[in-house]
Design a protein around this ligand. Structure first.
Ligand code: MV4
Length: 665
C-alpha cells in the first residue's frame, strides 16, 4: 500500500471542495488547479496550494492532461482525484497518471474503456449474466442488418449511439416505417458528436425509473454495493432531484439489483467507486443501461443513508488498502434527498444564468455541498450547477419536508436559480407519493420553460416595506443620531413613500404608508396589505403580512432588491426618480442606477450638457432606462463602455458643473 500525502484535485466548484474536505480531514495536503476564471474561486482558497492551468475555456484548462500532470509533478502530488465530468472518465488521463507514477483516484484504464462504449459494455454485461434491455449490439452496422434487427425487436424502439451517454445521440422510434430514417439520422448525429457512428438498438422501456447502484471495489478482489439511488426526476437528461433509497425498492429487489451491479463491476475488473445505472420498469424488471466509472454528483444521498464517506473510501482503495467493509456491514438508515441548485432561469427555458453572487446564504437545516460564495461569480464557462442541498430524515416524507424547509431558508442572489422550481416540484402529488418516473417533469411542467405564476401582492408589499425601511435607515444614518424607535415618526403627519417596481415586463406603483412605527399600509391600485416589520438584520427580515408571519432573506443592491420568500423569490427594481440621482456626488458623478447592459453612451468627453439631457441608455429588468443629466456642465470623463454589462453604482461618466452663478439676495 502507498500512502497518499499530497492530493491534486483536477476539478473545480463543489466537487473539488467536497473532495478536499475529506482529504484535509485525513491530513492530506491538497492541491487545486484553476483556470483564469477561477483564480479566486472557493476551491482555490480551500487548497493548501494551487496551480494555474490556463484560460477559462475548459479545453484550454481543466481538460488539458499534460498541464495537470505537470502541476502534479511540480507540487509533489502523489495522487490525482478527477472529480466528475472533465477528465474523470478519460482512459488516457488514467494512463497518463499511471505513466507518471501518480495514483489516479479512479478505476483502471480498461474499465473506463469498456464502459465508455455501449456496445462493448452491453456484450460484457450479457456475458456476465447482468440483465440488459433486449436489443442488438453487434459489430455489423450495415443498414439492412440494423433494419432486420429492429424488426425483430419491435416498437417502441430506441436507437442509441454506442459512444453516446447521458441521452445524447438517442432516438425513439414508434413506427417501424421510420426505422431506416432514424438509423440514418442517429448515425450522422453520432459521427458528428463523437466521431463514431456505431449504433445499438434496444426495446424502449416506457416511463421507467432511473435506479442506480453504488458499487465499490478494492484492488484485492473485494466488491460490494452500497444500495441504490433513484434519479428519475430529470430534465433533458439533467438530474434535478435524487434520493436514496428508491421509493419502490424492496429488500428482495435490492438484493437482485445489488448482485447484478457487483457482477457488472467484477466483469471489468473494477477498482474504486462506480455506479451501475439501471432502468426499472413498471413491472419491477430491471435492465443495465451503463456504468459510470467515477464518483457521481449524487453520491451524498448514499453517504447519508449508509454513513460511509465515499471519498474517504476512494482514497483508501486508491492507496491499495482493503475496503474493510463486507456486504453485511452496509446498512441503510432512513431516507436521504438531494436537489441540485442550478444558476438558470426556469421561466426562460432553463437558460443558464451567470454573473456576480451578491449573497449566498445556505440553510443550516441541510448538508450543503457548494462551490460558490458571497462576492464570487457564476461563470458562463462551466456547468451551471452551483450547489447541492442534501437532507436526511427517518422517513422519506421527513427528508422531503426538511428539504422544502431548507430551500425556503436558502438564498442565492445574483444569477437566477431553480430554487422556486425545486420547491414546487418537491410538493407535486406524484413526487410526494414517490411515484415520479423519468416522465415526471415533462408530465407536470411540459417541455419548455416553467411559469410558476404571478407573485401575490404580499410579495411586493414585503419588498416595498423592506425597501422603505432600508432607505430610511440610510437617510437617518447620514443625517443625525436618531433613536431607532423614532425612525418612522414624522411631525408632519403620515409618512408615505412611493416605489415604482419593475419586475420583468411590468411596472407597478406601490405606496407605503406608515401608520405607526413598524406598521405599514401598502397599496397598489386595488390591492392592499397590512404589514408589520417585526425585525430586520443585514440580510433577513421577519414580517407579519395581513396577520401571517413571513421570513424574508434579502439583498439590497441599490435600487434593486432581491428577496427570497418561503416558496418564491423575486427581484424588484425601483424606477422612481431614476434620472434624479440624489445619492450621486452632487449630480456630476453619473453612476449606473442598477446592474444591467449599458446599451449606449450618447455624449463624448468635452461635450456641453444641460440638465435633463439624455446621457446614456441602460437595459435592465428587460426595460430600457434613460440616464439624464442632473446638472448643467461639461462631460469630463467617460468611464464605461457601451455594449458591456455594468454593475449598480459603477461610474458611467463625470460632469464638471458650470460655475455656480451668484444669486442676488
Ligand atoms: C432508455 C430509455 C428507454 N428504453 N433505453 C436516457 C439517458 C441514457 N442514460 C439512457 N436513457 C434512456 N434509455 C431504453 N431501452 C429511456 C431513457 C431515458 C431516461 C433514462 C434515465 C433517466 C431519464 C431518462 C429520460 C428519458 C429517457
Amino acid at each position: 500500500m502507498t500512502r497518499i500525502n499530497t492530493l491534486l484535485v483536477a476539478n473545480r466548484g463543489e466537487i473539488a471542495c467536497r473532495v478536499m474536505r475529506t482529504a484535509k480531514a485525513q491530513g492530506i495536503r491538497t492541491i487545486a488547479v484553476y483556470s483564469d476564471a477561477d483564480a479566486n474561486a472557493p476551491h482555490v482558497k480551500m487548497a493548501d496550494d494551487a496551480v494555474r492551468i490556463g484560460p477559462a475555456p475548459v479545453n484550454e484548462s481543466y481538460l488539458l492532461i499534460d498541464k495537470i500532470i505537470q502541476a502534479a509533478k511540480d507540487t509533489g502530488a502523489d495522487a490525482v482525484h478527477p472529480g466528475y465530468g472533465f477528465l474523470s472518465e478519460n482512459a488516457a488521463f488514467s494512463k497518463a497518471c499511471a505513466d507518471a507514477d501518480i495514483i489516479f483516484v479512479g478505476p483502471p484504464e480498461k474499465a473506463i474503456d469498456v464502459m465508455g462504449d455501449k456496445a462493448r459494455s452491453k456484450r460484457a454485461m450479457i456475458a456476465a449474466g447482468v440483465p440488459c434491455v433486449p436489443g442488438y449490439q453487434g459489430d455489423d452496422q450495415a443498414d439492412d442488418i440494423l433494419i432486420a434487427e429492429a424488426k425483430k425487436i419491435g416498437v417502441p424502439l430506441m436507437v442509441k449511439a454506442a459512444a453516446g451517454g447521458g441521452g445524447r445521440g438517442m432516438r425513439l422510434v414508434h413506427d417501424l416505417e421510420n426505422v431506416a430514417n432514424a438509423i440514418k439520422l442517429a448515425r450522422s448525429e453520432a459521427e458528428n458528436a463523437f466521431g463514431n457512428g456505431e449504433l445499438i438498438l434496444e426495446k424502449a422501456i416506457i416511463k421507467p425509473r432511473h435506479v442506480e447502484i453504488q458499487v465499490f471495489a478494492d484492488s484485492h478482489g473485494n466488491t460490494i454495493h452500497l444500495g441504490e439511488r433513484d434519479c428519475s426526476v430529470q430534465r433533458r437528461h439533467q438530474k434535478v432531484i435524487e434520493e436514496a433509497p428508491c421509493p419502490v425498492m424492496t429488500p428482495a429487489l435490492r438484493k437482485q439489483m445489488g448482485a447484478a451491479a457487483v457482477e457488472a463491476a467484477k466483469a471489468v475488473d473494477y477498482i474504486g467507486a462506480g455506479t451501475v445505472e439501471f432502468l426499472l420498469d413498471q413491472s419491477g424488471s430491471f435492465y443495465f443501461l451503463e456504468m459510470n466509472t467515477r464518483l457521481q454528483v449524487e453520491h451524498p444521498v448514499t453517504e447519508e443513508v449508509t454513513g460511509v464517506d465515499l471519498v474517504a473510501l476512494q482514497l483508501k482503495v486508491a492507496s491499495g488498502d482493503l475496503l474493510g467493509l463486507e456486504q453485511e456491514d452496509i446498512t441503510l438508515t432512513g431516507h436521504a434527498m438531494e436537489v441540485r441548485l442550478y444558476a438558470e432561469d426556469p421561466a426562460d427555458d432553463f437558460l443558464p444564468s451567470t454573473g456576480p453572487v451578491h449573497l449566498w446564504k445556505p440553510s443550516d437545516l441541510s448538508r450543503v455541498d457548494s462551490g460558490i460564495e458571497t462576492g464570487g461569480e457564476v461563470s458562463p464557462f462551466y456547468d451551471s450547477m452551483v450547489a447541492k442541498i442534501i437532507t436526511h430524515g427517518a422517513t422519506r416524507d421527513e427528508a422531503r419536508r426538511r428539504m422544502i424547509k431548507a430551500l425556503s431558508e436558502t438564498a442565492l442572489f445574483g444569477p437566477k436559480t431553480n430554487r422556486d422550481f425545486l420547491i414546487d416540484a418537491l410538493d407535486k402529488p406524484d413526487f410526494v407519493k414517490g411515484e415520479a418516473t423519468t416522465a415526471f417533469i415533462a408530465e407536470n411542467y411540459g417541455e419548455g420553460g416553467v411559469d410558476l405564476g404571478a407573485h401575490d401582492f404580499a410579495a411586493y408589499a414585503i419588498a416595498a416595506v423592506i425597501h422603505h425601511k432600508l432607505r430610511q435607515q440610510a437617510a437617518h444614518h447620514l443625517a443625525l443620531n436618531v433613536n431607532p424607535e423614532m425612525l418612522d415618526w414624522s411631525n408632519t403627519g403620515a409618512l408615505e413613500t412611493v416605489a415604482q417596481y419593475a419586475d420583468g415586463e411590468d411596472a407597478q406603483t406601490i405606496h407605503v404608508h406608515v401608520d405607526k412605527p413598524s406598521h405599514y399600509r401598502v397599496r397598489s391600485g386595488e390591492e392592499g396589505a397590512q404589514v408589520e416589520l417585526i425585525s430586520i438584520t443585514a440580510d433577513h427580515a421577519k414580517l407579519r403580512v395581513d396577520g401571517r408571519t413571513v421570513d424574508a432573506i434579502y439583498y439590497d443592491d441599490h435600487r434593486t432588491l432581491y428577496l427570497a420568500l418561503p416558496t418564491r423569490s423575486l427581484t424588484v427594481t425601483d424606477l422612481t426618480g431614476l434620472s434624479a440621482m440624489e445619492d450621486a456626488g452632487g449630480g456630476g458623478t453619473v453612476v449606473a442606477p442598477m446592474h444591467g447592459l449599458l446599451l449606449e453612451i450618447l455624449v463624448e468627453a468635452g461635450a456641453r450638457v444641460a440638465k435633463g439631457d439624455k446621457l446614456a441608455v441602460l437595459e435592465a429588468m428587460k426595460m430600457q432606462h434613460e440616464i439624464l443629466a442632473e446638472i448643467d456642465g461639461t462631460v469630463e470623463t467617460i468611464a464605461a463602455t457601451a455594449g458591456k454589462q455594468i454593475a449598480a453604482d459603477d461610474l458611467i461618466l463625470e460632469i464638471v458643473a458650470d460655475e455656480a452663478e451668484e444669486t442676488e439676495s
